[in-house]
Design a protein around this ligand. Structure first.
Ligand code: BEZ
Length: 211
């Protein structure tokens, strides 16, 4: 069965551009993003990896470790990194897994045989410090992902892990949030003495709590 939200992200060992890792040990207590790309030396993937490398300060700020994967070998990853630096301005500054035997791709359901029976689709998983899968997405090979959206989801997840709030449509860090229905008005009054705006009893909007 496909991995689902709330499942433990399967552990694995892998050879990466930054050495051999045991995934859970490598994650430690950090949040993680594990993402696959279909193939080295391809145009969309080149832009995705360059952009993700440029986002490193944003991931670092949020305590998130990023790791890429494709079914290509390490020497291809290393050669291709030079092209990424040349064309995108930044070489990958995170490990890239060489999953030539497709073991990890199969474990994570990254190969969708009706799309391609040899290459991974564009999967991404956000993994919490508890090693549970908090988000999973699958995009087709022809569509580059929006990594700003991945950062936005991390902001929402980290906020909701700390406070009993949810984030509304198109929310961005700093904007108003929603008090979750499981919090009674009585408890909400203690948490938010400044009050909130109730558009409906179940739709209570409040300023984003300070972290
Ligand atoms: C790309 O990254 O451009 C790509 C990879 C595999 C299939 C199609 C496009």
């Amino acid at each position: 069965m496909a991995l689902q939200l709330g499942d433990i992200a399967p552990d694995f060992e892998a050879d990466t551009t930054e050495g051999h890792i045991r995934f859970h040990e490598w994650l430690g207590n950090s949040w993680g993003v594990l993402f696959s790309h279909p193939k080295d030396f391809t145009p969309v993937c080149t832009t995705e990896l360059g952009y993700t490398a440029r986002l490193k300060p944003e991931f670092d700020k949020r305590g998130v470790k990023v790791i890429g994967l494709s079914v290509d070998p390490l020497d291809a990853h290393r050669q291709w990194s030079k092209d990424i630096e040349e064309t995108q301005g930044t070489a990958p500054n995170f490990p890239m897994i060489a999953d030539s035997d497709r073991e990890i791709a199969s474990l994570y359901g990254m190969i969708h045989p009706n799309a391609s029976d040899t290459l991974t689709v564009r999967s991404a998983f956000i993994i919490g410090p508890d090693k549970k899968i908090k988000l999973s997405i699958n995009y087709p090979a022809s569509t580059g992902r929006n990594f700003d959206e991945i950062v936005r989801v991390i902001d929402s997840l980290q906020l909701t892990a700390k406070h009993q709030v949810a984030t509304p449509v198109n929310w961005k860090a700093g904007e108003d949030v929603i008090i979750v229905p499981s919090v009674s008005d009585e408890d909400a009054r203690k948490k938010y003495p400044g009050g909130w705006k109730a558009l409906k009893p179940y739709l209570r909007i409040v300023s984003q709590p300070k972290s």
